[in-house]
Write a protein that binds this ligand. Structure first.
Ligand code: SAH
Length: 246
C-alpha cells in the first residue's frame, strides 16, 4: 500500500514560541540559486533516482518536471527539510501534499500532450499543478478549500507559472467553460467516478482518478470514439473528495 494522503498526525509537540519571521529566509528560497538552491536541486535528483525511476517512471518529460519544480516551496516553512522525502506531508486544513512518486505516477498516466489542456481537481498545495503546468499548455485547477486555493495561487504566481488557472469550487462539476480537456487528474478520492469529468474529457483524453473509500485504486479512464475504457492501476490512500451532490 502506498501511503499518499493518509490523515497526517496533527503537528503537536512543536515549539510554541513565536517563529522567526519568514521574510528573513524568503529571499534565499525565491532566488533558487546559491547554496540552498543547489542543495534542493541535489535533493530533487536523489528523489528522482531513489523514488521515481526505480518504480518504473521513465518518461523524460515527467522526470524533467520532477527535477525542476521546487517542491520545498509548496510545503509549510517548518517542513521544508522534509519536502523531498518519500511521503505525503501536512499542508494545513487537514490536507496533504501527495507523495512525490504518486504525483509522478498520475502525471505519467495522464499522457499529457505538450499542447494540451489539463484539468486538475484538488489543487491543495499547488505542487501537482506546477508539475502539470511544466508539461501542458494550460492547466485549470479547482480547490474546494478557499485558503488553500489562495495560497496555491500565490505560490504558483511567485514561481512564475503563468499557464495555471485556479478557482475555488467543487470539482464534482468539473470546469465546463474550458472543456474538453486532454487530461483530467483528480487528487482527492471520490467513491465513484464523477460523471461531469467524463463529459469534459476530450476524445483520446485520459481521466486519472483514485476511486474508493478508505483505500483506493488509481483508475485510468480513456475516452474513445465508441466509449470509455478503464485500466485499474496501483492501490493508494488519498483524502476523500468531499461535497458530492447526491
Ligand atoms: N495535488 C495536491 C494534493 C492535495 S490533497 C498537492 O499536490 O498538494 C487533495 C485536495 O483535494 C485537498 O486540498 C482538498 O481540499 C481537495 N478537495 C477535496 N474535495 C474536493 C472537491 N470536491 N473539489 C475540489 N477540491 C477538493
Amino acid at each position: 500500500m502506498v501511503n499518499v494522503n493518509s490523515a497526517p498526525a496533527a503537528l503537536t509537540g512543536s515549539d510554541p514560541r513565536p517563529k522567526a519571521p519568514a521574510t528573513s529566509i524568503e529571499p534565499l528560497y525565491t532566488r533558487g540559486h546559491g547554496h540552498l538552491g543547489r542543495l534542493y536541486a541535489e535533493q530533487r535528483q536523489l528523489m528522482v533516482n531513489q523514488q521515481i525511476i526505480p518504480r518504473g517512471i521513465t518518461d523524460p518529460r515527467v522526470i524533467n518536471a520532477m527535477l525542476t519544480v521546487p517542491r520545498h516551496r509548496f510545503v509549510p516553512l517548518d517542513s521544508t527539510q522534509f519536502a523531498y522525502r518519500d511521503e505525503p506531508l501536512p499542508i494545513g486544513h487537514n490536507q496533504t501534499i501527495s507523495q512525490p512518486y504518486i504525483v509522478a505516477f498520475m502525471t505519467d498516466a495522464a499522457s499529457i500532450p505538450g499542447n494540451g489542456r489539463v484539468l486538475e481537481v484538488g489543487t491543495g498545495s499547488g505542487y501537482q499543478t506546477a508539475i502539470l503546468a511544466t508539461l501542458a499548455a494550460e492547466v485549470y485547477s479547482i480547490e474546494i478549500v478557499a485558503p488553500l486555493a489562495q495560497q496555491a495561487e500565490r505560490t504558483l504566481r511567485q514561481l512564475g507559472y503563468d499557464n495555471v488557472h485556479i478557482k475555488q469550487g467543487n470539482g464534482y462539476a468539473g470546469w465546463a467553460e474550458y472543456a474538453p480537456y486532454d487530461a483530467i487528474v483528480v487528487t482527492a478520492a471520490p467513491t465513484r467516478i464523477p460523471s461531469a469529468l467524463l463529459d469534459q474529457l476530450a476524445m483520446g483524453g485520459k481521466l486519472v482518478v483514485p476511486v474508493g473509500y478508505s483505500s483506493q485504486t488509481i483508475l485510468v479512464i480513456t475516452r474513445h470514439l465508441t466509449g470509455f475504457s478503464t485500466e485499474y492501476t496501483i492501490p493508494v490512500r488519498f483524502v476523500p473528495m468531499v461535497g458530492e451532490d447526491h
